[in-house]
Design a protein around this ligand. Structure first.
Ligand SMILES: *[C@@H]1O[C@H](CO)[C@@H](O)[C@H](O)[C@H]1NC(C)=O
Ligand SMILES: *[C@@H]1O[C@H](CO)[C@@H](O)[C@H](O)[C@H]1NC(C)=O
Length: 302
């Protein structure tokens, strides 16, 4: 019933983007703000959470589950901040989220809401800006100040114990910029792992890690902008069912038959299926209409 992960899914590449790598890329052009929303001006962005097979090949286009804007409700602000397309000319970020979902997300085995939410959470959890700043690697406006790529890698290894791959960009003046940092997560997208296949990029020994700003806007001197996306640690989430069901909705602490359990439901326009779980084990299913349980399929709480 749920959109299945590709059978080949072995792990995820998680790719962080340092926006200056785009802002200072070609023809001296700066990056552009998207048509809607305010992108963060002092932080790493989410490039993507890419499902991969065991050989390190990205899995794409596994099914026809199309992007549904309603699925990312509640996440838009953080996505606009941390996952906007800032390539000039300005674009509608919705288009890049759609591309990300329909190309890669559909192979993740995750629901659409959860795919984006998880991606934002990983970005926050890693907190790359803090990792680097602990090792005195901070974005700089001094043009001549370059950082050693080996030092950047070492800082990440020291703080996370895992090996990252670093990708750089260059411009016509052969200034090399930090562009992307690639790390790996297990197939549940929850635990950081050593990359089964570490991507190899060519960077010079030293790169810029430059502060960035957007075309026609003054550079803000604010602190790093941390995402607002609040953690709801006890929520239960399910895979997206592409036949029209939305993500799992959680109802915690509902009392039925005198037993306190955690209840989740998968909702579509017509009906709601709820399951009850006790001690982390699904105990049964029942159907609810207008919020009222119509009957238990299994005797739940005996
Ligand atoms: C962005 O694209 C979405 C979907 O295509 C559309 O609904 C929305 O109005 C667009 N926003 C802007 C500012 O163009
Ligand atoms: C980002 O925007 C650029 C042009 O502004 C466009 O060429 C590119 O396809 C967009 N990327 C995505 C993933 O939508």
């Amino acid at each position: 019933m749920a959109s299945m992960a590709s059978e080949d899914l072995a792990f995820f590449y998680f790719v962080l983007l340092w926006p200056a790598g785009i802002c200072k890329q070609t023809q001296g052009l700066k990056c552009c703000k998207p048509l809607t929303g305010e992108p963060a001006e002092k932080d790493f962005y989410l490039k993507g959470l890419y499902p991969s097979d065991i050989s390190g090949n990205y899995l794409t286009g596994c099914n026809e589950c199309s992007f549904n804007i309603n699925e990312i409700s509640g996440l838009e602000e953080d996505l606009q901040k941390y996952a906007s397309n800032i390539t000039c000319p300005s674009t509608n970020s919705t288009d890049s989220w759609k591309t990300l979902w329909e190309t890669y997300g559909v192979c993740s085995g995750l629901g659409q809401h959860y795919y984006f939410k998880k991606s934002l959470e990983l970005l926050k959890q890693i907190d790359m800006l803090s990792i680097l700043s602990k090792h005195d690697i901070t974005p700089t406006t001094q043009h001549e100040h370059d950082y050693s790529v080996a030092e950047i890698s070492k800082a990440i290894k020291t703080e996370t114990t895992y090996t990252a791959s670093i990708k750089c960009s260059s411009n016509q003046y052969a200034d090399y910029e930090l562009l992307e940092i690639h790390l790996c997560f297990d197939k549940d997208a929850t635990t950081i792992i050593e990359c089964p296949v570490l991507p190899i990029f060519t960077c010079p020994a030293y790169v810029e890690f430059a502060a960035y700003s957007f075309k026609d806007t003054a550079s803000k001197d604010a602190n790093p902008i941390r995402m607002t996306n609040k953690e709801d640690s006890d929520d239960v989430e399910a895979m997206k069912d592409c036949n029209g069901r939305d993500d799992l909705i959680t109802y915690s602490g509902i009392r039925i038959g005198g037993v306190l359990g955690v209840f989740g439901g998968v909702e579509n326009e017509a009906i709601r299926w709820l399951f009850g779980a006790k001690n982390g084990v699904v105990q049964g299913l029942f159907k609810a209409e207008n919020g009222v349980a119509q009957g238990l399929l299994q005797s739940l709480w005996t």
